[in-house]
Design a protein around this ligand. Structure first.
Ligand code: G1P
Length: 311
């Protein structure tokens, strides 16, 4: 049983599962990992590593699989490219190339058989050891202006146990997520709850709430022992949600509700929306993109009106 500690162990390690096949993005992901898909001009995975580093986690373990070499290359030096950019005095571009390789200390472990998110997290056991650690899922991007992980780490230090990020979703969408039952009583912070139960992708009728798990966790190392015994659950996969549900019986598990900007890059439409929203907020690209979008939409609307009038 974990009890809140007077001197909490500082969270320093982040685990990023990146072994998925990315079948929703075929053929783009046939030979290159979905984590490398650019969101504006940066691969999705780099946003996630940057988020971990902002929260003070500069020891990053990626759980990868076959086809994931480009991930390692992206976070490594590229000496040939650096020489070329140096020779042409392309200082800004050189800085961008360095940024990725200097961000964090990145380790890699292979998952082998992809048997679910819980199984991927279990592959981190040896690297993590006996400390609380963070898990960041690459399909969820959290806006750098809206801190979440920092708050989860604070809650974990105060309460012990594990902390899961939650988001309110419309009831009809809950079946796409893990869902939390919570007890709000006794909490001073209106966005932090004690979790009393978790269920992976319930139907709208079965769901205990409209609070969905989003892909950020700060977990007690005791989760590894539970994962070793967790049977395959929904979809025949070893589910992280099921392992945390087991922890609820013996240790504190808290939920932090996130109300900031989140971008889903997990399916094609949401990915397109993420690219447009992030580009629209950029100083260099935003103004011309928004001007163009407005006139393009107006043109389409008037074309459609004309088409309808003709019919
Ligand atoms: C995973 C988790 C699920 C969580 C979701 C957040 O599901 O199993 O509990 O709500 O990530 O993105 P996946 O989207 O990998 O099916």
């Amino acid at each position: 049983m974990t009890t809140p500690r007077t001197t909490p162990v500082r969270v320093t390690k982040a685990v990023i599962p990146a072994a998925g096949l990315g079948t929703r993005f075929l053929p783009a992901t046939k030979a290159s990992p979905k984590e490398m898909l650019p969101v504006v001009d940066k691969p999705a995975i780099q946003y996630v590593v940057e988020e971990a580093v902002r929260a003070g986690l500069d020891d990053v373990l990626m759980v990868t699989g076959r086809n994931k070499r480009p991930l390692e290359d992206h976070f490594d030096r590229n000496v040939e490219l650096e020489h070329t950019l140096e020779a042409s005095n392309a200082v800004d571009k050189l800085a961008l190339v360095h940024e990725a390789s200097e961000l964090a200390t990145i380790h890699y472990v292979r998952q082998g058989d992809p048997r679910g998110l819980g199984h991927a997290v279990l592959a981190a056991a040896l690297h993590v050891g006996q400390e609380p650690f963070a898990v960041l899922l690459g399909d969820d991007l959290i806006d750098a202006r809206d801190p979440l992980l920092e708050k989860m780490i604070e809650v974990q230090a105060r309460e012990g146990g594990s902390v899961v990020a939650l988001m309110e979703v419309p009831q009809e969408s809950i079946s796409m997520y893990g869902c939390a039952a919570v007890d709000g009583s006794g909490s001073e912070d209106p966005d932090t709850f004690r979790i009393t139960g978790l269920v992976e992708k319930p139907s709208a009728e079965e769901a205990p709430s409209n609070l969905a798990i989003i892909g950020r966790y700060v977990l007690a190392p005791s989760v590894f022992d539970v994962l070793r015994k967790t049977e395959p659950g929904r979809g025949g996969e070893i589910q992280l949600t099921d392992a945390i549900e087991t922890l609820v019986a013996t240790e504190p598990v808290h939920g932090v509700v996130f109300r900031g900007r989140r971008y889903d890059t997990g399916d094609r439409l949401d990915y397109l929306k993420a690219v447009v929203r992030l580009a629209a907020d950029r100083e260099d690209l935003g103004p011309p993109l928004l001007d163009w979008l407005q006139s393009w939409l107006a043109e389409r609307t008037s074309d459609n009106g004309a088409d309808r009038a003709e019919r």
